[in-house]
Design a protein around this ligand. Structure first.
Ligand code: GAL
Length: 673
């Protein structure tokens, strides 16, 4: 993917969503003055402003946006200009009530919030194209324009609509995908429960049914809904490319698995000029900085390893969780710079000035209700200076050590109903494996199951229920060629239509893992089993067990109790030049850490015992040099060994030997040579 950056920015981006339409124009001068004070270089404007830009059908008012953009330009602040198509005006819905989305239960959602869109609706598509065209014609070569921001977070809050217009489009999608109703019947296995269709016209979206519906139909509907949103994105993007050539077009992703599950970002990553992401800390008791690192690695991976941009995060608390703690002093900077370490070309926030009205008035901002004499504004200003001093990292790439395989479509399939256990959660496994790799100080690239993996010594598969034959072949080639693979249970089970691969499970992974699974035997709520392993060390597991039959693999850990007692729990298979590990149960952190340590040894990935716990150390490198980021999330001062001396960019001091990173602090060293 070509590396495309916001036009006219020389350093990293710093700023946020800016909604001047919420404020009297008298406030705008102060906004711009304080933005300069805080070091703001880029703002996202106009994302929700359709009703203000087109107050009545066909009657446009661009005056306020002209004045705002000119003011920003005069202050040297670049603009990421939104197409406001995530909230059509109220008058639009009055004329086109069928553009409001319908849930699977048949409820039509109302206007009065945001994102109430049926993406199949022709009137919506036409109106979105029209407002995008007018904006592109008017601002396509505005001197402040750095990039275009289409829509907002496709996939949330509505991921799919189930109305009749969507039903008709779904049928056309099926026709294009399968060619005939017979092929749909075959792929969906409609012989089961007499679901056979005589004509495509009989097929509907997977609306509410008396009991569980056809899983392959549900999976295809997710693909269809995702593709429909993507079509709307590319329609807007193509208008912008035509009328505003040379200006990058993006739409803000939400790659954190806890925040959006309806978009296949592998596919979307190919459609944007620059990958951008929004990330918010989920305060559910887990280590938020680990979740942040995972989302940042996933974002960089969907960008093909190229630099990307963090378009939104929060300066302090959000307001949409049950409890919304403020960020601790220094936490905002650690969050922002961890994104930069993992490839972001800057740090942007929602939003510049905290709203007084509307649903988000208790959400933190760069300029809080309390004004400039606040901790948040002081920290924002300090961060602005830090981001400015990191300009040299621009264009460099984050160095990764290992790969984790992830696939949104497999996740969708895995989450359908009537699985062996409702307690098995693919996302939880991805989080758990990631956390262990994070604590071993390994930087993770995410990859698709069919990608070339040969450059990674270690590849981890936390949960890939759906795998194509091609993916299975790919993993076998990877191991035969000398790779080390670690696979968690309930992977490689079904094909792209949610049909179980022929023969014993795990279908496409049998050969590479050197085993078959005779039966799944999930555990009851709260039930645990004990595993005995090398040297007599015990580990515990829960949620899942299975009856594994080795067919070439050696047993490393054995179930000591439960129905699977005496059978293999964790196995290792030498194949060609490489090794494939299989973990047939849900290990806790300690068990996983032990297995991954053994696998890392097989892979020749050395332990980083010299690095302190919870000090994140990540490197970026490229034409402008090699940079070591050290982010101390712990409450203790730490020391990080440097491979060569260098210059610390935030303080300007020379650094050599062991770099001091005070508790809660961030250090970024430009390494010599
Ligand atoms: C994002 C959204 C912003 C704002 C923010 C609050 O998902 O794009 O507009 O609502 O959340 O956290």
């Amino acid at each position: 993917m070509p590396e495309i950056t916001p036009r006219g920015l020389t350093g990293l981006a710093f700023g946020g969503d800016y909604n001047p339409e919420q404020w009297p124009e008298a406030v705008w001068e102060e906004d711009v003055r304080l933005m300069r004070e805080a070091g703001v270089t880029l703002v996202s404007v106009g994302i929700f402003s359709w009703a203000l830009l087109e107050p009545a059908p066909g009657a446009h008012d661009f005056g306020w946006l002209d004045r705002s953009l000119d003011l920003l330009h005069g202050a040297g602040i670049r603009v990421d200009l939104g197409t406001p198509t995530v909230v059509p005006p109220a008058w639009f819905y009055r004329a086109h009530p069928d553009a409001l989305p319908v849930t699977a239960d048949g409820v039509r959602l109302e206007f009065g919030s945001r994102g109430a869109i049926c993406h199949s609706n022709p009137a919506y598509r036409a109106a979105a194209a029209d407002i995008t065209t007018r904006l592109a014609e008017r601002y396509g070569d505005h001197p402040a324009l750095a990039m275009w921001h289409v829509h907002n977070e496709y996939g949330v809050p509505v991921s799919a609509c189930y109305c009749d217009t969507c039903a008709a489009r779904f049928r056309r999608w099926l026709e294009r995908t399968y060619g005939s109703v017979e092929a749909v019947n075959e792929a969906w296995g409609t012989a089961f429960w007499g679901q056979r269709y005589a004509s495509l016209d009989e097929i509907n979206p997977p609306r509410a049914t008396p009991t569980v519906g056809n899983p392959a139909q549900a999976l295809d509907y997710r693909r269809f809904a995702d593709a429909t949103m993507r079509e709307n994105f590319t329609a807007e993007r193509d208008i912008l490319h035509r009328l505003s050539p040379g200006v990058p077009v993006t739409t803000n992703f939400m790659t954190a698995l806890s925040q959006c599950d309806s978009v296949d970002y592998w596919a979307w990553g190919r459609e944007v000029d620059l990958v951008t992401n929004d990330h918010y800390l989920i305060t559910d008791g887990r280590r938020t900085h680990v979740n942040l690192a995972m989302a940042a690695d996933l974002t960089r991976s969907v960008a093909g390893g190229a630099p990307w941009l963090l378009l939104e995060h929060s300066t302090s608390g959000v307001n949409w969780q049950p409890r919304n703690p403020a960020k601790a002093p220094g936490q905002m900077a650690r969050n922002s710079l961890a994104h930069v370490a993992r490839g972001s070309e800057g740090a942007m926030f929602f939003q510049w000035r905290q709203s007084r009205r509307g649903a988000e008035k208790f959400h933190s901002a760069m300029l809080p209700h309390g004004g400039t004499e606040t901790r948040v504004f002081r920290e924002v200003t300090e961060l602005g200076a830090s981001v400015r001093s990191l300009a040299p990292v621009r264009g460099t790439r984050t160095e990764a050590d290992v790969a984790v395989l992830w696939d949104w479509q497999s996740w969708w399939a895995q989450n359908l109903d009537w699985r062996p256990s409702q307690d098995h959660d693919a996302r939880e496994r991805a989080d758990a494996f990631y956390e262990v790799l994070y604590d071993r100080h390994l930087t993770v690239d995410f990859a698709r199951p069919e990608d070339d993996l040969s450059r990674y010594p270690l590849v981890v598969v936390p949960a890939l229920y759906l795998m194509t034959e091609a993916a299975g072949d790919n993993l076998r080639r990877y191991v035969e060629g000398g790779g080390t693979l670690v696979v968690s249970y309930f992977s490689g089970i079904v094909d792209e239509h949610d049909a179980v691969h022929e023969g014993p499970c795990p279908g496409v992974l049998r050969d590479v893992l050197g085993l078959t699974v005779e039966e799944f035997s999930p555990l009851l709520e709260g039930e645990r089993v004990r595993l005995t392993g090398p040297g007599g060390a015990d580990v515990h597991a829960d949620v899942w067990t299975e009856f594994v039959v080795p067919r070439g693999a050696e047993t490393v850990w054995t179930y000591a109790d439960g129905l699977a007692a005496g059978r293999p729990a964790v196995t290792r298979h030498r194949l060609g030049e490489g090794t494939a590990w299989y973990v047939s149960t849900r290990l806790g952190t300690d068990g996983l850490a032990t297995v991954l340590a053994r696998a890392a040894e097989d892979a020749g990935v050395p332990p980083r015992d010299d690095l302190p716990h919870d000090v994140e150390v990540v490197r970026r490198s490229g034409d402008s040099g090699r940079f070591l980021f050290a982010i101390n999330h712990s409450a203790a001062d730490a020391k990080v060994p440097l491979e060569t001396p260098g210059t610390e960019l935030l303080t300007g001091e020379r650094a050599a030997g062991r770099l001091a990173v005070p508790a809660g602090a961030v250090r970024v060293v430009r390494l010599d040579g």
